[in-house]
Design a protein around this ligand. Sequence first.
Ligand SMILES: [Zn+2]
Length: 281
Amino acid sequence: MKIHINNKRGFTFTVIVTVATILILLVLLLRNNVMVHCNNLDVKSGPNVSYQTTGKINAGTRVQILNHQDNWDHVVYNHSKIGWVPDWVIRNKNLKTATKLSESTIVLDPGHGGSDSGALSTHNKMEKTYTLQTAKKAAQQLREQGANVIMTRDTDKTVSLFSRPGFSTKNNANLFISFHFDSSPDDNTASGFTSYYYHDGRSKQLATDINNQMDNIPIDNRGVEFGNFLVVRDVKVPSVLLEMGYINSDKDFKHIENPEYQELVAKDVKHGVTDYINSIY
Ligand SMILES: [Zn+2]
């Protein structure tokens, strides 16, 4: 009789443990199971758009996440295929078609901020205000295409100059763009925009690709120039610094403060970055 009770208890215990194990496994399985919502997503051999493409995933495909590194997921898809996909893309429910731009990580650096006002207009308007407004518009343009955009600041706060290049290494970024407005020693003596690079090769190409898109900007194009600026010099990824007009030129400032001008710059940056990424990867 005693043995019978023990057997019954033992059986109940086994059933509870089995059901609990199955439930835990199911939760773990579902938590790491993601449905992809976009078409044409590249599967890469490593955690960056720079790696070789080994396959494609289309909308409706379920992926099982095995591992995570640098914002990329190592996944199993179509039952047995394995590769890397960007985590921000597989979690994006609005993106229809993935592109190389969607698979890229871009750092945008609005110059100055907080206690550092940057240069001043002839009516003491501060450069830091317009670098942030313009960079935010560029961020929106790039995010609409699915890109992973990191900003060195998205509010009016102080960010040390020395810490800015590090945002690109920390986030495994593909490129870095710093936004500024120029200033001449005397008011109203210079005008125009310039795209600066420090490193030859990819940085120069990025500066050229962005500058080539800017033929619709209503102020003079001073072209692509070498510039010894810390943020483009001490950065490990291709980088440019855009001086989008002279803030102490009344003629340029009337554009700089205009949201339509900022939107135009933002769109040109998006197109230039797209050209660059498509030619590199
Ligand atoms: Zn500046």
